[in-house]
Design a binder for this molecule. Structure first.
Ligand SMILES: NC(=O)c1ccc[n+]([C@@H]2O[C@H](COP(=O)([O-])OP(=O)(O)OC[C@H]3O[C@@H](n4cnc5c(N)ncnc54)[C@H](OP(=O)(O)O)[C@@H]3O)[C@@H](O)[C@H]2O)c1
Length: 338
């Protein structure tokens, strides 16, 4: 099979399409012929050497795929063979074939293309956990979605709209029109200006009940200040560190130094909460994730979950796909097709 290999840490030239042995499914697993694989910010950070959860290099990244079941391992119903599915993969998804345990595979809803299917697991499960499970977002509460035009951002917007929350989002100005058409109530340009005064102005100086922040570093300080009483902040990434080579290491260090420290007494007296989410550390919580998945599939059926694929890059153009996201050009999901 052909697979996208991150050969070592570095710039996009470390990415290669190589031939690897076909995997075969073990007990309780299925072999999937990949039609589309999700590209996530984590894959970029991994290539830059800034993603501690990534496998040892050389490696095949890829947390999610949509495709067709090609073979079933022992103890797996043979009726699954030939079915279109979506799967969470603990790496290895950016290849023509991948093996996943049955617990991480679900049937692809008919109305989704394979490319849209590959845009579901990481973005929507992360957004669900942040907004619903941990963030407890309610109707009429205010939510600030950072990078609202990105993969997780658009997923969060779908879910927040369904809940009936008032939505505020930061994004590059070029994405604002699209975001408003998707239902974002207030779009804020956060590039080259302080977004906090703008948000406070929009909320009568109160702030919002929920902020989800994948930027890290000093952004977490600002996001915490954006919370009104009973507000919660979900931290789930460190995009601020993104860069190749020594620049990335320095940015990561800066983000760590600038990250706020939260004292329990300050949280108590501020009536505020802070929580963290890392979907990549949920592999042993399959039952919880399965419940979230059911809710997401219900949302697809009911039409309020609308995965938006910006671009599909062929495997051979994986370097362009990485560059596209690093240059902040993506609105929604980028997928890779064999
Ligand atoms: N903890 C978890 O479980 C989890 C799961 C999924 C994703 N995440 C995190 O969530 C964030 C979004 O992930 P995603 O896959 O959905 O990516 P994405 O948002 O689709 O793509 C990146 C977008 O982030 C914005 N951005 C902010 N800082 C950036 C930087 N330094 N370099 C490039 N772009 C930057 C850009 O949009 P603007 O136009 O807004 O600048 C860009 O288009 C990432 O930090 C990722 O690591 C965490």
């Amino acid at each position: 099979m052909r697979a996208i290999v991150t050969t070592r840490n570095g710039d996009v030239d470390v990415l290669r399409v190589e031939t690897r042995p076909d995997p075969s499914p073990g007990r309780g697993e299925a072999l999937i012929r990949v039609k589309a694989a999700g590209l996530n910010f984590a894959d970029i950070l991994a290539r830059q050497g800034l993603y501690p959860d990534g496998p040892k290099k050389p490696c095949v990244m890829g947390y999610e795929v949509a495709g067709i079941v090609e073979a079933a391992g022992d103890a797996v119903d043979r009726a699954l063979v030939g079915k279109p599915v979506i799967a969470m993969t603990r790496f290895g998804g950016q290849a023509e074939l991948v093996v996943a345990p049955l617990t991480q595979i679900f049937e692809k809803p008919e109305q989704l293309s394979f490319e849209q299917g590959a845009a579901i697991p990481v973005n929507y499960l992360t957004a669900w956990a942040l907004l619903v499970t941990m963030g407890g977002l309610k109707t009429d509460e205010g939510v600030l979605i950072h990078n609202a035009g990105g993969g997780v951002g658009l997923a969060a917007l779908d879910i927040a709209k369904h809940i009936g929350a008032k939505t505020y989002g930061t994004a590059s100005a070029s994405k604002h029109e699209f975001l408003k058409a998707r239902g974002l109530d207030y779009a804020i340009d956060y590039r080259g200006q302080d977004w906090l005064p703008l948000l406070l102005e929009l909320t009568d100086n109160r702030g919002v009940e929920l902020v989800i922040d994948p930027l890290g570093g000093s952004s977490w300080k600002h996001s915490y200040r954006a919370l009104r009483s009973t507000g919660r902040m979900g931290v789930f990434g460190m995009s601020a560190a993104s860069a190749s080579g020594i620049r990335g290491k320095l940015r990561a260090l800066k983000a760590l130094v600038q990250a706020p420290r939260f004292h329990p007494l300050a949280l108590m007296n501020g009536n505020k909460g802070v929580f963290g989410l890392n979907l990549g550390h949920m592999w042993n919580e399959g039952a919880k994730v399965a419940v979230w998945t059911q809710e997401i599939v219900r949302g697809i059926d009911e039409g309020w979950i609308r995965p938006h694929v910006d671009r599909a890059f062929p495997f051979d153009q994986v370097a362009d796909a990485h560059r596209y996201i690093e240059a902040r050009k993506n609105t929604g999901k980028v997928v890779l097709v064999p």
